[in-house]
Design a protein around this ligand. Structure first.
Ligand SMILES: Nc1nc2c(c(=O)[nH]1)N[C@H]1C(S)=C(S)[C@@H](COP(=O)(O)OP(=O)(O)OC[C@H]3O[C@@H](n4cnc5c(=O)[nH]c(N)nc54)[C@H](O)[C@@H]3O)O[C@H]1N2
Ligand SMILES: Nc1nc2c(c(=O)[nH]1)N[C@H]1C(S)=C(S)[C@@H](COP(=O)(O)OP(=O)(O)OC[C@H]3O[C@@H](n4cnc5c(=O)[nH]c(N)nc54)[C@H](O)[C@@H]3O)O[C@H]1N2
Ligand code: SF4
Ligand SMILES: [Mo]
Length: 710
């Protein structure tokens, strides 16, 4: 088969100046962008002004897209491993050769174990119609995404109450009077539109209560900041609810109409007084009372952010759940300034885009992670990926043999990479499809370089929200190297397995036309703007008659039937965080505004902004250990130690230490990031198999480290 010609969208390499509307790919937010191209070269990127909320704004990472594109330190052609896994010995392969190699292995695996032995993980999001269709076309139920290390606890908490997913409840910053954030660092861990909306709200006079173990940039914008003891914000929520119920501060009309289980909540919450919470969290009882009374006075134009990822411990699920219970008690559901339920085209009697998945039959096999049959309280869609690794190790419920990492880097994003690679090493085939040398790619058998987001188009993304919209990632320039777009890679693999009919499109434009058929929106229109809102005006659902909750009862289930069936409490007693020895700290982690996870640490421009992470530590706690600002310290967890610089501040809780995620890279071809700083995931020893039983997310912030002067 000749697969060696790159499938470009027509006209990309034409001379002169062109404007292309597309979607940023420097992080998973995928903001709408405008790309200026001169003689086939990207010269400027800014936000797409056709999207009003975005305007021309862009974040630092988005602007560094040009630097990413013209950096040569990325895979440039398919590579097949020649030495040991992870040993860094490769040979260059043609696309035909690499794809034939993969297809031959897959054929043998399917013959021996069946297609269910193949799995794929990706970064989720608006393009996963392609990846889920690919996995199903193979005949496997085992599609995963990253989310058990990200938003799953919040997602499952939202589902348990409303039957809706995490992102189905949007926050109405524009009209909010009080915003409550638990470590949701909007200004640094950012989405451009949300950060702008938040700044706009604060400028307009909205209040913000920000709760974190350290002062972030978001704390500096807030009207109230509490430096809470690590992993205790659940206790704070319980105290908030206690005051709301004992002082009758809740929206009785809304609650009586829509909620099941208020009496059970009232009985449960009695003992969780603000005075009790003060002892646990360090937040004074009087301040807790003042804050919640103030918030209730502004209801329903208020919201408690249920977390994107929240602090990750064994009760994160219940933290998110109680944040949403507070939203409900405030009557802030489908209310201006509160939470607004996302609408799809169906809500407006419009036809949405056609899915690739509609062409692929359902797979009846059980998921290897047990989600959907053993764990019925979790969303089977992307499963719970950390459960894959023990399944690979044990061969239960069935053997696994092949893994595709597509736009996902498990060796960076899961706790304890040694445990992850030990499991992956049991597989017969590991393929990484990436635009960088990820840690996982370096451990793989085959690296397939995807064309970058500026060098390729993606399938059209349909986004729900107050107003459903279509977003296009169009190709801006021709690939600089021998790389290919994902849709093409997956099609070529399926063709080699005689499964080509499921993704039988000659080019991307044919896919786009298939997706748009019947929507009344033309490809030309979409290309002209990059973003098309499917309606002019958003409508709110009627709070009296139709809020459309998808729980078994159709109500907001304070007492959740799904949780009960799974043997889990709807209201969980607060569990004290594990006591720590003196000199031990909870390792917390997070982001800075100009880096994306572990993927941009080697970006030429962004690396100049931060080339190494420091261990951020409370100055008084450090003084007790004889540690001074700028010292080199040794951080230890279990049998793993790492050395790095320490940065002291009074604005972090004495029981916590913090580091920015994404450092300590081990791929020598990433010369700027190689061995710089500390990889927080390596310190999370044993946390691959430690997770929130109700939410499914890994308990990363339960990691305890010791620190000493090196
Ligand atoms: N220790 C620790 N662990 C964490 C976190 C943490 O802060 N600390 N954060 C957690 C969170 S919230 C998340 S969301 C996850 C994120 O974890 P991941 O999803 O693994 O991280 P990303 O950086 O989004 O991207 C993963 C890979 O996608 C590749 N990539 C980027 N663009 C493209 C593209 O266009 N095509 C292809 N094929 N590949 C591309 C990148 O090069 C990178 O290797 O990590 C989680 N894990
Ligand atoms: N610049 C940039 N922006 C991003 C990303 C990126 O990689 N780079 N990634 C995106 C993704 S995938 C995600 S999930 C979001 C994440 O967005 P956020 O959820 O805002 O995530 P983090 O930056 O990880 O911030 C976590 C915060 O929680 C605090 N924290 C830790 N422990 C506790 C605790 O016990 N209680 C409380 N209340 N707070 C605690 C930490 O100090 C930290 O400030 O960011 C998104 N935006
Ligand atoms: S937040 Fe920044 S990096 Fe992420 S998609 Fe938007 S502009 Fe790009
Ligand atoms: Mo995330």
């Amino acid at each position: 088969m000749d697969s060696n010609k790159a499938p470009n969208v027509t006209g990309v390499d034409s001379p002169g100046r062109r404007t292309v509307y597309s979607m940023c790919g420097m992080c998973a937010v995928r903001c709408p962008i405008q790309v200026e191209v001169e003689d086939g070269r990207v010269v400027w990127i800014q936000g797409n002004p056709n999207d009003k909320a975005m305007g021309t704004s862009l974040c630092a990472k988005g602007a560094a897209g040009v630097s990413f594109e013209y950096d040569d330190e990325r895979p440039q052609y398919p590579l097949i491993r020649t030495g040991e896994r992870g040993g860094g010995q490769w040979r260059r392969a043609s696309w035909d050769e690499a794809l034939d190699y993969i297809a031959d292995k897959l054929k043998a695996i399917i013959a021996e174990h069946g297609a269910k032995a193949i799995c794929l993980s990706d970064r989720g999001g608006p393009f996963n119609d392609l990846t889920t269709s690919f996995v199903r076309a193979l005949g496997s139920p085992n599609y995963f995404n990253h989310d058990c290390t990200c938003g799953r606890n919040a997602h499952h908490a939202t589902q348990s109450l409303f039957g809706l997913g995490r992102t189905a409840l949007g926050m109405d910053y524009k009209n909010a009077k009080h915003i409550v954030l638990y470590g949701r660092n909007i200004i640094e861990s950012l989405m451009v539109k949300e950060a702008k909306d938040f700044i706009g709200a604060m400028a307009r006079g909205a209040k913000c209560t920000y709760i974190d173990v350290r002062a972030t940039l978001t704390a500096s914008k807030a009207t109230r900041f509490w430096m809470i003891r690590p992993n205790t914000e659940y206790a704070l929520n319980l105290a908030f609810i206690n005051v709301v119920l004992s002082e009758d501060l809740y929206d009785a009309d809304f609650v009586n109409k829509w909620v099941t289980g208020l009496d059970e909540l009232k009985a449960f919450i009695r003992e969780y007084t603000p005075e009790w919470a003060e002892g646990v969290t360090g937040v004074p009882a009087e301040e807790i009372k003042t804050a919640i009374r103030e918030i209730a006075a502004d209801a329903p134009a208020v919201f408690f952010h249920a977390g994107w990822m929240t602090a990750r411990h064994g009760q994160s699920f219940y933290t998110s759940r109680t944040s949403h219970i507070l939203n409900v008690l405030m009557g802030a559901i489908e209310a201006p300034g509160g939470l607004v339920i996302a609408k799809g085209p169906g809500d407006y009697d419009l036809k949405g885009i056609n899915k690739l998945g509609d062409r692929v039959p359902k797979v009846d096999e059980k998921r290897v992670d047990g989600v959907g049959w053993k764990y019925t309280h979790w969303d089977a869609g992307p499963g719970i990926m950390h459960l894959l690794f023990p399944a690979i190790e044990s061969g239960e419920p069935y053997p696994m043999a092949a893994y595709f990492a597509y736009r996902h880097d498990p060796l960076s994003c899961f706790p304890d990479p040694d445990a992850v690679s030990a499991a992956l090493d049991k597989l017969d085939l590991i393929v990484a499809i990436d635009v960088n040398y990820s840690e996982t790619a370096w451990f793989a058998d085959v690296i397939l370089p995807e064309a970058t987001y500026l060098e390729r188009g993606n399938i059209i993304a349909q986004k729900s929200g107050p107003k459903p919209a279509l977003h296009l990632r169009d190709q801006s320039v021709a690939p600089r190297f021998d790389s290919r777009p994902a849709w093409w890679i997956f099609r070529e693999i399926l063709r080699r397995l005689d499964l080509g009919e499921f993704l039988d499109f000659e080019d991307l434009e044919e896919i786009w036309r298939y997706q748009l058929e019947g929507t009344g929106i033309s490809l030309a229109e979409l290309r002209e703007k990059g973003v098309i809102s499917m309606v002019d005006k958003p409508v709110m659902r009627d709070r009296d008659t139709g809020l459309g909750f998808k729980t078994p009862s159709g109500k907001i289930e304070f007492v959740s039937s799904k949780l009960s069936e799974a043997g889990l409490p709807s209201f969980a007693p607060f569990e004290e965080p594990e006591a720590k020895e003196p000199g031990s700290f909870n390792l917390v982690f997070g982001r800075v505004g100009y880096l994306t996870h572990a993927q941009s640490t080697n970006n030429p421009m962004l690396n100049e902004l931060m080339s190494e992470n420091a261990l951020v530590m409370n100055a008084a706690a450090a003084a007790e250990l004889g540690i001074s600002d700028g010292d080199t310290v040794e951080v230890t967890s279990g049998d793993y130690s790492a050395k790095g610089k320490v940065s002291l501040t009074e604005f972090i809780h004495p029981e916590a230490v913090f580091m920015v995620h994404g450092f300590g890279r081990t791929v020598p071809l990433q010369t700027r990031a190689y061995k710089k700083g500390i990889a927080d995931q390596r310190l999370m020893k044993g946390k691959l198999t430690s997770y929130d039983k109700a939410g499914g997310g890994n308990n990363m912030t339960e990691t305890v480290v010791t620190v000493k002067k090196a």
